[in-house]
Structures are given as C-alpha cells and as structure tokens.
Design a binder for this molecule. Structure first.
Ligand code: ADP
Ligand code: MG
Length: 262
C-alpha cells in the first residue's frame, strides 16, 4: 500500500497537484520578431526545471513573462487556482497577484548600492509586505546565514565579491517567500570560483523541496540538479522532459547544442 503523499491538499487546487504553474499559449512579439511562439509549459511543484537553449531563443523573455516583467501578447498562466489570461489589459490586482507568486534573480544581481546586505534583503518585506522591521531583520539574518553570509549582514555591495552579491540577491528573493524562484543565468557574470559558491547555494535550495526555474548554459549544473529540462529554440519549446531525454537525445539540434556549450 502506498503512503499518502506529503502536504497534499484535500481538494485539488488547480491543474494538477504535481505542478506549481502551467503556461498555455504564451506569445510575445517585439515588433516583427516573435520571441515566444505559443509556449505551453508545466513547471513541476517542488522541483528544479532547467531552461536551456541558444542565445536569443527566448529563455529570458519566458522567465520575464512568468513574472510579468514582460507583458505577453496572449496566453494564460495558472498557479493552481485557475487560468489567468495574460494578453490584453491586465488589472493592477491581477498584476500584483501574478508578481507575488514568483521572484526573479538576475544575472547582474541588481542590489541597491546604498543599502547593506541586510538592508537589501529586508527592503521589500518591510516596505511592500508590511512586515515589522525587527521580524524582517531576524528573518533576513537567517537567510544571509543560509547563503553563507551571516558575517556580511552590515556590508555594502561594493565591499562584496560578485559571488557574495549574488548570494545576497538569492537571500533577498527567498525573503519574499515566493511559490516559484526564477533564476536568469545567475552565474554567468561570475568567475568560475565565484560561480561555484552560487551553484552550491542553488544546489542546496534544489534539495529543499522548492520550486526553481533556472536558465543556465551549464550542462553540468543541469545534470546535477534538474528534475526537468526544457529546451527552447526560436521561441518554441523543442523538448520538455526528464534530463535524460535531453542528454540522450539524438536530435541534431540538441546534439549540436550539447557539443557547443560543453
Ligand atoms: P535568451 O534569453 O534566450 O538569450 P531573450 O529572451 O533575451 O533570449 O530574447 C529572445 C529574442 O527577443 C531575441 O531575439 C532578442 O533580441 C529579442 N528581445 C528580447 N527582449 C527584447 C526587447 N525588449 N525588445 C526587442 N527585442 C527583444
Ligand atoms: Mg537571456
């Protein structure tokens, strides 16, 4: 007899208990360029999805559409409580609600230079979420500890290495307690040894039953942490499946990509 799955809500909240978000028909054009061509994608709950694909294939645009940093022309997103139409005019409440589900970590960290590490981590919880300062700071220190920067809470970004700045950015994203964490090439601005610190933090997060979506060029990273690999080319999803489907595919385009990036 199989044991009941952990934390399963009794009533189905959405498309599937196995997915944390579902995109359907997401389309984004920039003038005459179709950056996303009716993309369908299911992001597994409590798993790591790695997005791969050539430069310019639409990976960043896809992440940005999930977070509404970019407004799709058409399509829908479902976080488990019904599809939200993304094309056309969106009300401010809809935008806030979609944005609150995911948090993005950028390639270039984007820390506020005039705030300490702790200030960066607590800014949104205090000013946007209304968390009391003492509580936000206690939680912020825990999160900095978690990314290995407990001793750097009072340091300003210009006194931190790139790897440390990116780890502050990850702590800042965690402080928002999003359903889904989105990472857009989080290590590509870093030297290899600094990238390794960030990869170690990402691998820890991946072990914690969180929902992560990571754009990367690192096949080693994909091999190590991905539960699912999605390969994007010319704004279309070419492959969506377990990592071995990607790594063992005989498709010429996938083989070429594997050879090119490794
Ligand atoms: P990737 O992240 O896979 O490298 P992007 O999502 O950044 O690709 O870009 C997909 C395509 O959309 C590219 O051709 C890119 O030049 C174009 N693009 C992205 N953002 C914009 C923008 N704001 N304006 C015009 N074109 C854009
Ligand atoms: Mg990109």
């Amino acid at each position: 007899m199989s044991a009941p799955a952990e934390n399963e809500p009794s009533g189905a909240r959405g498309p599937s208990l196995l997915e944390s978000l579902r995109l359907r028909g997401v389309r984004k054009t920039f003038g005459s360029l179709t950056a996303l061509d009716d993309v369908d994608l299911d992001i597994p709950r409590r798993g790591t999805t790695v997005l791969l694909g050539p430069s310019g294939s639409g990976k960043s645009t896809l992440l940005r559409c999930i977070n509404l940093l970019e407004r799709p022309d058409a399509g829908s997103i479902d976080f488990g409580d019904g599809p939200i139409r993304l094309g056309g005019r969106l009300g401010a409440r809809t935008v806030r609600s979609v944005r609150s589900r995911s948090t993005m970590v950028f390639q270039q960290f984007n820390l506020f230079p005039h705030l300490t590490a702790l200030g960066n981590v607590t800014l949104a919880p205090i000013h946007t979420e209304g968390v009391p300062k003492a509580k936000a700071e206690a939680r912020g220190r825990e999160l900095l500890e978690k990314v290995g920067l407990g001793a750097k809470a009072d340091a300003y970004p210009d006194r931190l290495s790139g790897g440390q700045q990116q780890r502050v950015a990850i702590a800042r994203a965690l402080a928002m307690e999003p359903d889904v964490l989105l990472f857009d090439e989080p290590t590509s601005a870093l030297d290899p040894e600094l990238a390794a610190e960030v990869v170690a933090v990402l691998a820890d997060l991946a072990r914690e039953d969180r929902t992560l979506v990571v754009v990367t060029h690192s096949l080693a990273f994909a091999q190590r942490v991905a539960d699912k690999v999605v390969f994007v080319e010319d704004g279309k999803v070419l492959l969506d499946g377990p990592p071995k489907d990607f790594f063992e595919s005989e498709d010429a385009r996938l083989r070429r990509f594997r050879e090119m990036v490794s």
